[in-house]
Design a protein around this ligand. Structure first.
Ligand SMILES: NC(=O)c1ccc[n+]([C@@H]2O[C@H](COP(=O)([O-])OP(=O)(O)OC[C@H]3O[C@@H](n4cnc5c(N)ncnc54)[C@H](O)[C@@H]3O)[C@@H](O)[C@H]2O)c1
Length: 362
């Protein structure tokens, strides 16, 4: 294998461990440095990895070895860190959402275009075998012409397990901006971009109580909608119905279903890389599990980084992430205005991922 990719991580909180484990397994990707406002967290993250340097953010941005800044900060900090990376002439890969607002995301993408650097963004779970196998089934015509989809995410809220959950209830959070990227990136990957949305939303409680960690029992303010529903009209005419909620206890609805004229698919959890894809065909009894046919096998968060080795824009890329953010903001605007809203942005469906081991890809 030829080239390798040097990465510096900014933000060493709850999710960083999953990225560290992925990077460890990808011989093409090398972790050079880590930074966090809380230096002790950065030290803790780097401890198992000899040679990885602990720095402050400015030093990481100035380090010539770092090619891609992996931005794992909270949503409110995503744009600021991304802009610093772009100004330093580095590619940047952000956790989702791309930014807390569409306006901030546009600033990041415009700056990156002007600087000639690339922007990637989570979720890269859509590059795993679950969503990619479902996409291949649709592209291969197994359900006929797609006509509709449903996407359902229902949980009582992340404050029950996350020790520092304030960001989930602040702008950039809420069930839609937090979990929506998984579902919408999957729907756009399978069914193409969204043209118009209608919606309704509710905010059921003014505060949430932290359920674990040193701040257990403390209240955090809620300034975002916590139950969001809507219909997304894809440019193709397909209608996707969405429910994203931090207000329900549980659901038995599939995460995603896609319906076509000749068949229906149950699509696995888009917050995971794998899972069974079930096909029911018109005229056939029951559902059958499809063999895994596409996607990064045994992948983990961070696998999307490998596209920086070869692609002009990573598949888990800024244009897709911006469209997803634009759809989410348009949905909230539609809910608040009580009318349909046209989505201004669009995007290409990202290229499919052939089945294979990400560690073996150039
Ligand atoms: N926790 C999860 O299970 C999970 C899963 C998927 C995605 N994510 C996403 O990952 C991101 C981070 O989530 P988390 O749960 O790890 O949050 P966290 O609060 O546990 O960690 C965030 C870290 O970023 C640091 N930070 C914040 N602003 C910074 C700045 N300006 N400069 C340097 N460091 C800064 C904080 O000090 C903290 O250590 C969010 O966008 C979240 O949506 C989280």
């Amino acid at each position: 294998m030829g080239e390798s990719l040097n990465v510096g991580i900014v933000g060493c909180g709850a999710i960083s461990g999953q990225y560290l484990r992925t990077i460890e397994r990808l011989p093409q990707v090398r972790l050079v440095a880590v930074a966090d406002l809380d230096r002790e967290r950065a030290r803790e993250a780097a401890r198992p990895y000899p040679g990885v340097e602990v720095m402050d953010v400015a030093a990481l941005m100035a380090d010539a070895r770092v090619q891609v800044v992996l931005n794992l900060t909270v949503p409110a900090a995503h744009a600021g860190i991304a802009l610093l990376a772009v100004e330093a002439g580095k590619d940047v890969y952000c956790e989702k959402p791309l930014a807390a607002t569409g306006a901030d995301a546009r600033r990041v993408l415009a700056a990156a275009r002007a600087a000639g650097v690339r922007v990637g963004c989570a979720p890269d779970t859509v590059l795993g075998t679950g969503i990619q196998t479902a996409r291949a089934a649709i592209d291969d015509g197994l359900i006929g012409r797609p006509v509709a989809a449903t996407a359902t995410m229902m949980t009582p809220g992340h404050e029950r397990w996350h020790p520092d959950p304030g960001f989930y209830y602040a702008p950039g959070g809420g069930p839609l901006l937090d979990m929506g990227p998984y579902y919408l990136s999957s729907l756009v990957t399978m069914l193409g971009p969204v043209g118009t949305v209608v919606g309704a939303a509710a905010r059921t409680r003014a505060t949430r109580v932290i359920g674990s960690g040193p701040r257990q029992g403390e209240e955090v303010p809620v300034t975002v909608d916590t139950h969001v529903t809507g219909v997304l009209v894809h440019e193709s005419g397909v209608l996707s119905t969405l429910v994203m909620s931090f207000d329900g206890v549980a659901t038995r609805a599939p995460h995603i279903e896609v319906h076509g004229e000749r068949g229906s698919l149950v699509v696995p959890d888009p917050n995971r890389f794998d899972g069974p894809v079930l096909l029911s065909r018109l005229g056939e009894e029951g559902a059958r599990e499809l063999p895994v046919s596409a996607g990064h096998a045994d992948a983990g968060r961070g696998v999307g980084l490998i596209d920086f080795l070869s692609a002009p824009e990573p598949r888990a890329g800024g244009t897709l992430a911006y469209h997803v953010l634009d759809v989410m903001e348009s949905l909230l605007a539609a809910a608040h205005a009580g009318r349909a809203v046209d989505v201004e942005s669009t995007c290409e469906r990202p290229a499919p991922v052939a089945l294979g081991d990400p560690a073996a890809r150039a």
